[in-house]
Design a protein around this ligand. Structure first.
Ligand SMILES: Cc1cc2nc3c(=O)[nH]c(=O)nc-3n(C[C@H](O)[C@H](O)[C@H](O)COP(=O)(O)O)c2cc1C
Length: 271
């Protein structure tokens, strides 16, 4: 088993200590390799906003850095821990650059056989926002998000009440147990309502966009996701209520998309 830690803190601080704890628990029970991707130490530039990855494919990205090898690291892992401190009520800039650079994966999801653990640390506030954002990112990229932990970890010099430290230990332990069990079982969980809606909304968008977004269209077609029998990217039980809501969402979005894309002049392609 291999776990990749994507570390959004530029230092080995509270976020790193928490991922080390997750590592210790796993390695005390099983042979689990942990690899750190310290975003501060890798060569990963800002996205330039050229849209080439969306329109022509990620292999045409003009930035020549470690982007492709970082994606490969995610493919080579069984699970990924997305770890970020709260910076300005959001993920750190390092984590945001990382997410931006792989934005084509929002359109062409992969990683369906991989588990994700989401970890956020904060001085006081912002855990809900950061965990919610990371959840949307990881699940839209295809990960099975199986565990989350948000810890309040004041910076050095600011006292931390013992009860807060105990809460952190409990939260981290519980999430680590869930992650460990899920990693060992290998079973994919059923999608949440949000996951089902994202699948249905994207299916409506990419099928209706057709030649306006040819790489996305081809990818979705090749994966069989336009087949009406597909209720999610992979064959897992889908809650019938979520499926019914997804059907309505897809219907409404298709109608809207038809209006937008079929009336638009063709010369707008790729803009
Ligand atoms: C640039 C910066 C921005 C921060 N923004 C917030 C914030 O918006 N809300 C908050 O409660 N804490 C904020 N913090 C505190 C960190 O989230 C907190 O100390 C975190 O645990 C640091 O993680 P680290 O030790 O792994 O670097 C900020 C810290 C820094 C350095």
């Amino acid at each position: 088993m291999k776990v990749l830690v994507i570390m959004g803190s530029p230092r080995k601080g509270a976020t790193y200590r928490a991922t080390e704890r997750i590592k210790e628990v796993h390695q005390s029970r099983d042979t689990v390799d942990f690899e750190y991707l310290m975003l501060n130490d890798v060569d990963l530039s800002h996205c330039r906003g050229c849209f080439i990855c969306f329109v022509k494919g990620e292999e045409h990205c003009p930035i020549k850095d470690e982007g492709q090898s970082i994606e490969k690291k995610m493919h080579d892992a069984d699970a990924v821990i997305f770890a970020s401190p709260v910076y300005g009520m959001n993920v750190s800039g390092l984590m945001k650059v990382f997410i931006d650079r792989f934005s084509y994966i929002f359109h062409r999801p992969r990683f369906f056989d991989k588990k994700a653990f989401l970890l956020a640390t904060t001085g006081a506030v912002g855990l809900k926002e950061v965990l919610g954002y990371l959840r949307l990112v990881a699940s839209t990229w295809g990960f099975d998000v199986v565990a989350e932990a948000g810890l309040i970890t004041p910076p050095a010099g600011i006292p931390q009440p013992a009860s807060q430290k105990q809460d952190n230990d409990r939260i981290l332990q519980k999430a680590t147990e869930k992650f460990h069990q899920s990693l060992m079982s290998g079973k994919r969980s059923s999608p949440s309502l949000q996951d089902v809606i994202v699948f249905r909304a994207q299916r409506a968008a990419f099928e209706e966009m057709g030649s306006y977004s040819p790489v996305d269209y081809a990818y979705w077609k090749e994966h069989g996701w336009f087949d009406r029998g597909m209720r999610f990217y992979v064959q897992v039980p889908v809650n019938p209520l979520y499926d019914a809501i997804g059907t309505v969402v897809e219907f409404v979005l298709r109608r809207r998309a038809r209006k937008v894309f079929q009336e638009a002049p063709k010369e707008n392609v790729g803009r």
